[in-house]
Design a protein around this ligand. Structure first.
Ligand SMILES: Cc1cc2nc3c(=O)[nH]c(=O)nc-3n(C[C@H](O)[C@H](O)[C@H](O)COP(=O)(O)OP(=O)(O)OC[C@H]3O[C@@H](n4cnc5c(N)ncnc54)[C@H](O)[C@@H]3O)c2cc1C
Length: 428
């Protein structure tokens, strides 16, 4: 690792880090500089992670995008010709009573959001509709983060408008959604292959453990699983980690970096595979149900499998339930599934295989959720650049990762251009 000045070190090989590396390499920086990416895991993609079960690719993390909302992702998918298919879960089946009035209720209240911009969504609803109906509304929307105290009315409306299952209660009802046939991680994988072709070096199994933000001697310290330590003290440095990972690096994040503050929400996805698609006879194929019980959102993916998806307290609930043993976990699912589709529990067969994934920091976001939040920022002293989907208006979405990664690369390119100009001026 010689001539470190000509090295750009990027940490994180999620979509933000790979896009950042690729954007730099596309500017032919690869011929002048060595671009290296360090990643803690032994794979790329971060929170976009698919596995294959029963010959099916399933998205344990990121799973869908909307061409109308996620323009960068849509362009990349088209550009690399990645096989994709409809993510059909925009129509609720077996609606709760409240669902028929929900759009009207939400539309009526929307103009009042700005008057309550510092209130929580739940208090906002309570002020107009009373406590009971407010709870019913959150319940009917299926995303429990909507009840968290830092979710303001504006953020809540944004969440409702930008999620397929509940966009029907907003003016975005007609938006379409897609998923990638072999999993969302196909996208970071293809971007990685392209970056390698352009000369970007990837180093897996390197965990960033500290960032030293000294003005003259900034440094990144990384550790391998064999406890080898690598210290990077020269060249340009970009860290594309989510806020919770940044806050573990002994670098006084976020206080020394930005005046924004950050939060995260846990997510849990459970997948069940059956010998036969028994739900077809119940006309549930490709439908989603928002349940009144801890399953919350139950999806019937054509004739392939069933999955459920929860956030906040119910994500923790399922994580705890899964820790009480497989039999207890599967029995609990079966009971709640029977309740959701209103059938006898004995009518639901046992799955032949199942899997689940709990993401303790599934969604990361800025609590202020301000449109003026920079997509990436530079530490004032060390000049280390930080980028994350959490900084963007598309926090919690791959789109945000692309925006942040590009922004970090463009910031560095601008700096390098300015340095080159000043060197040319000095030589005149
Ligand atoms: C359950 C779930 C469902 C989701 N659903 C969707 C969806 O349907 N559509 C969508 O668009 N988005 C979805 N997302 C969000 C999407 O996955 C993220 O927005 C996106 O992955 C963010 O990319 P990133 O590169 O910024 O961060 P990450 O994907 O988190 O990547 C960060 C990378 O940094 C690495 N890293 C962390 N700490 C260190 C360290 N100390 N040293 C070295 N490396 C480190 C990690 O291993 C990881 O590879 C979902 C996420 C989850 C968890």
């Amino acid at each position: 690792m010689s001539n470190q000045e000509n090295i750009i070190s990027i940490v994180g090989a999620g979509v933000s880090g790979i896009i950042c590396a690729l954007t730099l390499a596309n500017f032919h920086l690869g011929s002048k500089k060595t671009i290296r990416v360090f990643e803690h895991k032994r794979r790329v993609g971060g929170r976009a992670h698919a596995i294959k079960i029963q010959e099916q690719f399933i998205d344990l993390g990121a799973g869908r995008f909307s061409p109308q909302l996620h323009k960068n992702i849509n362009e990349l998918v088209a550009h690399f010709n990645i096989e994709n298919e409809s993510f059909p879960f925009t129509q609720l089946t077996r609606p709760q009573e409240l669902h028929s009035q929900l759009k009207e209720i939400l539309n009526k209240l929307k103009p009042m959001c700005d008057e309550h911009k510092d209130d929580s969504f739940i208090n906002f609803l309570t002020a107009y509709l009373g406590e009971d109906q407010s709870k019913d509304i959150i319940n009917a929307l299926g995303y429990d983060s909507l009840a968290l105290p830092f979710i303001t009315p504006n953020i809540a409306y944004d969440i409702i408008e930008k999620h397929p299952e509940i966009q029907g209660f907003s003016d975005n009802a007609g938006y379409t959604w897609r998923n990638l046939k072999e999993g969302f991680c196909t996208l970071p994988q293809i971007l990685y292959d392209r970056a390698v072709e352009l000369g970007v070096e990837f180093h897996f199994d390197y965990e960033l453990i500290t960032i030293d933000n000294h003005e003259k001697t900034p440094a990144l310290t990384l550790k391998t699983s064999n406890d080898d330590i690598v210290r990077i003290t020269q060249g340009d440095m970009i860290v594309t980690l989510p806020p919770t990972a940044m806050s573990r690096l002994n670098c006084n994040f976020p206080q020394d970096w930005t005046h924004y503050t950050y939060g995260s929400i846990p997510l849990f996805k459970g997948f069940l595979f059956y010998e036969k698609p028994w739900w077809q006879d119940l006309s549930l194929t490709d439908h989603v149900i928002i349940t009144n019980n801890p399953i919350r959102k139950l999806y019937f993916k054509d004739n392939r499998y069933i999955f459920f998806y929860t956030d906040s307290d119910f994500a923790n609930y399922w994580q705890e339930t899964s820790q009480h043993g497989e039999a207890h976990y599967l029995k609990t699912i079966k009971e709640f599934m029977a309740d959701a589709i209103q059938c006898d529990v004995d009518h639901i067969p046992d799955p032949i295989e199942h899997t689940h994934k709990y993401w303790i920091h599934g969604v990361e976001f800025s609590k202020e959720c301000s449109p003026t939040h920079p997509l990436s920022f530079v530490h004032k002293k060390s000049k280390i650049i930080s980028a994350s989907d959490a900084y963007t208006p598309h926090c919690g979405w791959m789109e945000g990762g692309v925006m942040a990664g590009k922004s970090a690369a463009l910031k560095l390119l601008k700096r390098l251009e300015a340095e080159e100009e000043s060197q040319t001026d000095n030589h005149k």
